[in-house]
Design a protein around this ligand. Sequence first.
Ligand SMILES: Nc1ncnc2c1ncn2[C@@H]1O[C@H](COP(=O)(O)OP(=O)(O)O)[C@@H](O)[C@H]1O
Ligand SMILES: [Mg+2]
Length: 339
Amino acid sequence: MSQLLSINNLSVQFNTEGGLIKAVRGVSFAIQAGETVAIVGESGAGKSQVFHALMGLLPGNGKAQGEVDFFGQSILNQPARALNKIRGKDIGMIFQDPMTALNPYLRIGAQLVEVLMVHKQMSKREARKIAIDMLERVHIKQARQRIDSYPHELSGGMRQRVAIAMALLCQPRLIIADEPTTALDVTVQTEIIRLLKEIHDTLNTSMALITHDLPLVAGLCERVIVMYAGHIVETGSVDDIFYRAAHPYTQALLAATPSAALLNKARLDEPGDDKNQGKRRLQAIDGQPPDPLNLPAGCAFHPRCAYADKPCFSQEPDLQQLASGKQVACWHSLEQVQS
Ligand SMILES: Nc1ncnc2c1ncn2[C@@H]1O[C@H](COP(=O)(O)OP(=O)(O)O)[C@@H](O)[C@H]1O
Ligand SMILES: [Mg+2]
């Protein structure tokens, strides 16, 4: 596999009235061509800001530092003109709310056609044909008629399918899906995840799935990155994370998730098993995520950690290699390795 995206020591900070928020702190990881990677962690962990930073989508009070390489090109903090070329063409984004990507005042066809005319220099006629094909590909029935609908004429699930079609139009190398099912009904959630899996399987598009819903990851992703308070605390294969979690935070996340849902990796292939989906959502774990304006000293997780002792209070552990490909940032896991 060749490397598609490489993020090196990325930090994101926000200037606020209350002070400086360190939303992302020294994050490094890579995504290989064709790989599906999940980024998980509680709300506020910095998951979205990693990708907003590399796409040049930070608000005015946000600042990114570090290095990001996408397909051999350095893209962090590049001028909007350069990033506009990459966004929507080589990198497709799917957001929680499909209306982030859709204009409520334009027919969906006009919006899809515009993307192809701008990025692929297609004629209107050619673009409309590709747009209809893409709507069929995301299983929108009667695409030929539906293409002339306005977004508000479609259900939430249909709108998300249109947003996915739009993200796929230019055959991007990477899809970034940020909580793509969070706003949808539970039955529709499964349909959308099935669709993303199908897209990955048939088009071999690399995918970064940002989510706080661990069971969702099992059916779709190969590798998992766990974030806490702006840091990567653990990363490994799905099996490494689900069956051999080494960081107490990952363990707490898993403990708060119904085990049946985690084990049921085949569920995406089993329509009709949707009745327990409401219970699959991640439960809160004990304690609160830290105040980003006032991060604890040492390991940011230590106030919620049952194992915390001396080094944890004063020194933040770096990510260290445990077994092949698996990394963890925890003084206690490191002790186990070293002993
Ligand atoms: N515009 C902003 N101004 C100030 N702080 C922000 C802004 N956007 C995000 N943050 C902060 O960045 C942190 C990480 O946010 P985010 O990446 O959105 O979390 P996640 O996606 O993991 O839920 C949060 O603590 C949040 O308060
Ligand atoms: Mg987010």
